[in-house]
Design a protein around this ligand. Sequence first.
Ligand code: SF4
Length: 181
Amino acid sequence: MELIGSGRLRLATVWLGGCSGCHMSFLDLDEYLLELSQAADLVYGPFVDAKEFPAGVDVALVEGAVTNRANLAMAGIIRQRSRTVISFGDCAITGNVTAMRNLLTVAETLDPFRCDGEASPAFDYAAVPQLLPRALPLHQVIPVDGYIPGCPPGPDRIRAAIECMLRGEPVHLAPGMLTFG
Ligand code: SF4
C-alpha cells in the first residue's frame, strides 16, 4: 500500500440519512481494515468515539441523503473541514431509499404516526428530526469529489476507492463497479 504525501491519511466516515448498511459494508473490508490501519487514521464516524467532526480531514465518506436540518448543517461542516468528500452509497448519490418520502409532503410523511386523524399520544412528534421538504442527494447541498455507488457498495468497491485515495488520486472505479443497487 502506497501513501502519497508525508503523513497518514485522516479518514472520516459520516452517517447522514441512511440505514447504516454502507457502514456495515465498510466493516466487511475485514482483514483489509488491518492493512488500512497502517496508512490511515479513522478520525471520526460511528466506529470511533469522536464527538465533533474534526478539522483537517483528508477524506470523508458520507453515507445517506441530506434529509433533515441536522444533516444539512453537518454537510456544511464536512465540506468545510475535509479535503475530499465522497458520496458513499446510493442514498448519498441519488437519495435512493431515503428519498422515497419525496412523493409526500412532510406532514403526509408523518401522518402514519397518527391514529384516526389525531396525533398519537404515544408518539413524541417533537423528537422527530426537523425534516427538510425533500431528502436531497449530497451533491445538491455541497460540492462532492467522488462517488462509490451501490446499496450498499460492496467492500471491493470501497477498497478500490480507498486505494485511489491512498495513492493521492481521484476516485476512479472500474465500469463494473459503477452500477447502482
Ligand atoms: Fe442503506 Fe442502501 Fe442507503 Fe447505504 S445506500 S444507507 S445500504 S439504503
